[in-house]
Design a protein around this ligand. Structure first.
Ligand SMILES: *Cc1c(COP(=O)(O)O)cnc(C)c1O
Length: 403
């Protein structure tokens, strides 16, 4: 991505990132473009009279005479609908690489927990973001109960470097939710690997079309598929993509032990939704930039953040390591009451949590407690509505919410 590209919210050359020199040419035969990759992601070889994307396989067990050999034995271990989805996600997270493995989970938190709890043991130290997803403090308490030392650092300014010594795992969330700070993944990976620590990146906000953590050197890309990856606000899903076989065996074992598995229907819906990922992401992200530009001119809006804005504190690093800037914009209105009236006055934006869906949502984040944000802080997720309609609705609601 480069600066000239900021006005449509995506890079002019979305495949500009250097590829691993050892990797085969980018998906030869499938096409190198993100749209092509998304519509074909994870499709099986064509079989006459079979559907192009096979339907969900509902099975608790599979026919299994004799010795129990794989791949499909029992429904908590494997399911053919997951396999196709895992191939789809893996193909987007690390195109052209067959040395990576993807595992899908019941939710983003199931995926996150599977990495943390399978990789860490009593006595290990882990570095978590202090400004990350709001369930991480609960995870911290649980890790500490198991004897894991938890250190935290803010996302901005690569502050993690100062607490890395002796850590076994570095967990980063970039861009962070909801603050939209960005850290330098390549730099942090280099420092972590030099100290023998593994690195996991929460890739939820960016989606694999916005950022490919494994190409930036990370060991795991972990995400909630509940958000923009699937984009319709109708299912929960998570995944882990990793390139260290032994570490991934641990993650797989954790999924089996805990049983944090997606239902076949959810897995199939997710796979179906990924076909439109590039369409949704490009539309939503381009509109997010227009919305940010419109909000930037309003006197009652402060603390506006969108990594795609050229003067945003995250812009420089985001441009170096991301291919798209995301669909989330955050900003602060003067008071809690003003923020509530603003949300109330919106017609096209649902007052709801979560983000990444085709229907815009916004919420006053402070209502949950936990995030260190001002009372009037709003997280806005830009959907696939017509940009003019959305900007008009937002500006109208700003006026309507005046005292
Ligand atoms: C939503 C979210 C999660 C958790 O995902 P679920 O699917 O809700 O479990 C984790 N990380 C980030 C950044 C998120 O936004």
């Amino acid at each position: 991505m480069n600066d000239s590209a900021t006005h449509d919210g995506r890079g002019t050359n979305p495949d500009a990132l250097p590829h691993d020199p050892g990797a085969p040419p980018c998906d030869a035969g499938i096409g190198a473009g993100d749209g092509t990759r998304a519509v074909r992601a994870g499709l099986p070889e064509p079989v006459r009279h079979e559907p192009t994307l096979p339907g969900p396989v509902f099975a608790a067990h599979f026919h299994l005479p004799g010795d129990p050999t794989g791949p499909y034995t029992y429904g908590r271990d494997e399911n053919p609908t997951w396999t196709l989805l895992e191939q789809a996600v893996g193909g987007l997270e690390a195109p052209g690489r067959d040395d990576v493995e993807t595992l899908v989970f019941a939710s983003g938190m199931a995926a996150i927990s599977s990495v943390l709890f399978s990789q860490l043991r009593a006595g290990d130290a882990v570095v978590l973001p202090s400004d990350g997803y709001q369930v991480l403090p609960l995870v911290r308490t649980q890790l500490e109960a198991y004897g894991v030392q938890v250190r935290t650092a803010p996302t901005r300014g690569d502050a993690q470097l100062e607490v890395l010594d002796g850590a076994r795992l570095l967990w980063i969330e970039t861009p962070s939710n909801p603050g939209l700070d960005v850290c330098d993944v390549r730099r942090l990976v280099e420092a972590a690997h030099a100290r023998g620590a593994l690195v996991a990146v929460d890739n939820t906000l960016a989606t694999p079309l916005g950022q490919r953590p494994l190409e930036l050197g990370a060991d795991f890309s972990v995400a909630s598929g509940t958000k923009q990856l699937t984009g319709h606000g109708d299912l929960l899903l998570g995944y882990v993509t990793g390139r260290d076989g032994e570490a991934m065996n641990g993650v797989r074992r954790w999924r089996k032990i805990v049983g944090a598995i997606p239902g076949p229907m959810e897995a199939w819906l997710a796979h179906r939704s990924i076909a439109t990922l590039q369409l949704r992401v490009d539309r939503q992200n381009a509109t997010a930039l227009r919305v940010a530009e419109a909000l930037q001119r309003r006197p009652e809006v402060t603390g506006l953040r969108y990594p795609g804005l050229p003067d945003d504190p995250s812009h420089k690093i985001a441009t170096q390591q991301m291919r798209r800037y995301g669909c989330v914009v955050s900003f602060t209105l003067p008071t809690r009451a003003r923020a509530d009236r603003f949300l109330d006055a919106l017609h096209l934006v649902d007052d709801a949590t979560s983000f990444g869906g085709v229907r815009s949502t916004a919420e006053r984040r402070g209502r949950w407690g936990g995030d260190a944000v001002p009372e009037g802080f709003i997280r806005l997720s830009v959907g696939a509505e017509d940009p003019e309609d959305l900007v008009t609705d937002l500006l109208r609601a700003l006026v309507a919410s005046r005292d």
